[in-house]
Every structure is written in C-alpha cells, then in structure tokens.
Design a protein around this ligand. Structure first.
Ligand code: OAD
Length: 220
C-alpha cells in the first residue's frame, strides 16, 4: 500500500498545503474549503479551484508517481490510497487509486447530486451549472465533511491486509486519513515513511527516509 499526500506532487510543481509556499500559509481553509465558505461565496471558492485546476493542467507526473505506477505492474497487489485530488497518480498509470479526499476534476450538482467529470480549464462559467440548473460544487471533501464511505472502507481493507506500506509526502495531521499508517502498524505491517522532514507519525515508523520523494523512489 502506498499512502500519499501533497508532498508526492511537490516535485511536479504543485503547491502543498502546509509547506513553505503551501496554500494554508496564504489562505484560510475556512474561506475556501468548507461548506459554509461555499454557501457564503461560491464564486470565490470556485475561483480558487479553477486556479488550481488550471495550474494542474500545466503539470505532469514526476518520478515518484511514475515509480509507484511501475510497482503496480511489477508486484501482485499494489494499492494507492491518496489524500490528493490532483489526478497525477492516475495520469502516471496507477490503476488501483483510492481518492480519500475526492477529485478536483469532478463536479457535483448541489441540487440534483449528479456528478460529472469536467476537464475544462479555465471553466467557462463560474460557478459552473448542472443541466438541471443547479450550482455545481467541486467533487472534493471539505473540512467538516465525512469521507466518501465506500472509498474509506476500501482504504481500511487495503490497510488491514497490507504487508508493506509507504507513507509519502504527508504531514499526517488531517484525520481520519492520517490514522491509516497507525492502523496498518497495529496489524503488523512494515511502514516506510518518505518525507522532507519528520512528521507526527515518524516516531512510530519502521524506516524513515528523509528527502524528496521523486529522488528517493527513483533510487530505491
Ligand atoms: P501537507 O501540505 O500538510 O503536507 C505535505 C508534506 O509533504 C509535508 O510533510 C512536507 O514535508 C512533505 N513534502 C513536501 N515536499 C516533499 C517532497 N518533494 N518529497 C517528500 N515529501 C515532501 O499535505 P497533506 O498531508 O497531503 O485536505 O495534507 C492533508 C490534507 O490537508 C489535504 O488532503 C488537504 C489539506 O487541507 C483537504 O483539503 C480536505
């Protein structure tokens, strides 16, 4: 099992959340990533997601994403559980990807609930509208919202059966996702963490590899 966070996409040029140039250093999550923020100002929230989508459309998978995708082709059962919404694991060729925090390329109607894949950058209309006339929201999980239950169940299952887990580029502070490495450890899984710096989880990891994910995974 490979469990990833924003750090795995950093070498693609995608900002993290809590790093030096991280989004949450410049913006407040309460203004951009909650249901309340969206209800108050859907245009502002969509402008931020539109900006991120446009940025992502200029980026590509880095050696970390590519190496992880290669593992899936080399070994019998490799699952990626990610907190990222950027789609870079899928673009690198990973097929078993469980997206705990949703997908920035999906929009969901707040009126009829219909979800659709929308790759338009920049969006022609902000906020985008559904065929039913309702306002669409980004298909991501915001603070205060539950994770998609089916994806969470799959992640727990993968975790419970994992022999080896890589925890890559996550600050391991956003729960429930951040609880997965401890769950795996409790089941006897060997956990390898790759990060630029120690995290909340590092004291419990079996092996900590300090450095950039793309460089380290390329060298493994
Ligand atoms: P963070 O921004 O909190 O953490 C990124 C981690 O990646 C940090 O621990 C960095 O040290 C590490 N890092 C940065 N560059 C790296 C590199 N090249 N190689 C290896 N590690 C690197 O991002 P997440 O842990 O993913 O949720 O954040 C979790 C959640 O908080 C996100 O999914 C998002 C955010 O708010 C929601 O929006 C719900």
């Amino acid at each position: 099992m490979v469990f990833t966070g924003a750090g795995v996409s950093a070498e693609s040029g995608v900002p993290t959340f809590r790093g030096e140039d991280g989004y949450w250093k410049k913006y407040r999550p309460e203004d951009l990533a909650t249901q309340e923020a969206f209800a108050r100002n859907p245009k502002l929230v969509w402008e931020w997601y539109d900006f991120r989508r446009s940025l992502l459309s200029t980026k590509k998978p880095n050696p970390a994403h590519l190496r992880i995708a290669e593992w899936e082709r080399c070994f019998q059962s490799v699952h990626v559980v990610t907190q990222n919404v950027d789609g870079l694991h899928q673009r690198a060729g990973s097929q078993k990807v469980h997206c705990l925090h949703g997908d920035i390329w999906v929009t969901q109607c707040t009126a009829c609930g219909q979800s659709e894949r929308n790759l338009q950058t920049p969006l022609r209309e902000i906020p985008p509208r559904c065929r039913c006339g309702g306002i669409q929201r980004p298909g991501v999980v915001w603070f205060g919202e539950p994770l998609p239950q089916d994806v969470w169940r799959q992640a727990e299952q993968v975790c419970a059966g994992a022999e080896l887990m890589f925890v890559i580029g996550t600050s391991a502070v956003v729960y429930p996702a951040a609880g997965l490495p401890s769950l795996a450890k409790a089941r006897g899984c060997f956990v390898v963490e790759i990060n630029l710096e120690p995290t909340e989880f590092t004291a419990r990891t079996d092996l900590f590899l300090r450095g950039r994910a793309g460089e380290l995974l390329g060298a493994l």
